[in-house]
Ligand binder design. Structure first.
Ligand code: ZN
Length: 416
């Protein structure tokens, strides 16, 4: 039974991970309506709901995905590498009916919600995921995808984006954003237009950047596998390309919420990254077999690094916590508190929703995820959390439970 709105109620669990502060063992969270009103150590307040041997963490933030590619689950990465993968994605999109596209978006969204994602940054062709995300129990930025390297295509893309932005004002839970797709697919003047718009209207911007060595080769020397790829598509226009990744970063130096996706081959010392966010998609990065990702150097340089799953065209699922587990397995020395922050608060800050969500503190929306813990007597709560392999038990969004798993004892979920 969901607690009644506008009545305070309290929950507890073995560990409460507030993210902005130390985890609280058997701490309590008090919720009134859709807000967290208090977070307290054990003993200060009795709990209405005891979640038992579980961790409570903030709602997860997926800073980068493409829900409209959910139909490509399991397609794998072609042996020809990145440009062949792009060819397969384009083929898939061309053969997709509107009904199938709508279904795919909803399927990806349902999976995200079930995995505990309560804030999504979704790049969407023609902004078509907007209705699904407005109606879903999540917050979102829908990034309208811009594509256009030749002059006429760039003009058409910009006109389409402006019309879409005019007709999609922000709602209480969903905001429009712009995504100039990538330096190999966007005219530099279109990048400038998008960056200006995002700076002046305080709109979030997301762009793929330095994803492959071939992209840098194209920008710096106008050669490499992208030349054939763009020529096949009839959009090869070397005059329109930017002159390197640093030009793209410079254009967005004043954008309040600029997200640079991947950055697999980006120089962490670049000064224009300071106010921006780098979005790292660990399992997608690994699937393409790129060189080691420089995310630790970025973090050391003071750059915010948030996590994304990318799409099902390059990742087996849309579960942000699986990205955290993946990183913990490969980098066991990384503090668990940092990994959790990359999957929650840093993503919320990147997307401009940090006043509402991303951590469990009074005043924020009551968005949280319940994960089962093992019986291990592990003293470090973050290690205990990361050693737990169980799926999300349930998710609270704006103070209401919206998923229920049979593994949770329903008797204990009733208010005391
Ligand atoms: Zn992407």
């Amino acid at each position: 039974m969901s607690p009644q709105k506008s009545t305070s109620w309290t929950l507890t669990a073995r560990w409460i991970f507030v993210v902005e502060g130390q985890p609280l063992e058997n701490g309590t969270i008090t919720i009134n309506g859709d807000r967290i009103v208090a977070v307290e150590p054990h003993g200060r307040r009795s709990a209405d709901v005891d979640l038992g041997n579980a961790a409570v963490i903030p709602g997860l933030v997926n800073a980068h995905t493409h829900l409209d590619l959910s139909g490509l689950r399991g397609a794998g990465i072609p042996a020809g590498g990145f440009t062949d993968w792009l060819r397969a994605v384009i083929r898939h999109r061309r053969n997709l009916s509107t009904d199938q596209l709508t279904w795919d978006i909803q399927a990806g969204l349902n999976e995200s919600v079930a995995c505990g994602t309560t804030l999504i940054g979704d790049i969407s062709a023609q902004g078509l995921s907007w209705p699904a995300l407005v109606a879903a129990p999540v917050r979102a930025i829908v990034f309208f995808e811009l594509l256009g390297l030749p002059k006429t295509r760039a003009h058409q893309a910009w006109a389409g984006a402006c019309e879409w932005l005019r007709s999609h004002p922000a709602t209480g839970t969903c905001r429009p954003g712009l995504s100039p797709h990538a330096p190999y697919s966007i005219r530099s003047s279109l990048f400038r237009a998008a960056a200006n718009y995002c700076q002046h209207r305080r709109v979030a911007m997301a762009t793929h950047l330095a994803e492959t060595q071939a992209e840098l080769e194209l920008l710096e020397r106008r050669c490499g596998p992208f030349v054939d790829f763009l020529s096949e598509l009839g959009v090869w226009d070397p005059e329109g390309l930017a002159n390197g990744a640093s030009e793209i970063l410079r254009l967005n130096a004043d954008t309040q919420n600029a997200l640079f996706i991947h950055g697999n081959y980006l120089d962490a010392a670049c000064p224009f990254l300071k106010g921006a966010t780098l979005v790292y998609c660990p399992r997608t990065h690994a699937a393409f077999g790129h060189q080691a990702h420089p995310f630790r150097t970025f973090l050391q340089a003071g750059v915010r690094v948030a996590l994304g799953t990318d799409s099902l065209a390059s990742n087996p699922d849309l579960n942000v916590f699986e990205e955290v587990r993946f990183l913990h397995d490969r980098f066991p020395d990384l503090p668990g508190s940092l990994l959790l922050r990359m999957a929650t608060l840093y993503g919320a800050e990147a997307l401009g929703w940090e006043k509402e969500t991303g951590s469990l503190v009074p005043g924020k929306s009551a968005d949280l995820v319940v994960l089962p813990l093992t019986d291990l007597g592990e003293a470090d709560p973050h290690r205990l959390l990361l050693s737990s392999a169980g799926p999300v038990n349930r998710v609270l969004w704006r103070g209401e439970w919206y998923s229920r798993d049979a593994k949770v004892n329903d008797q204990r979920m009733e208010r005391g």
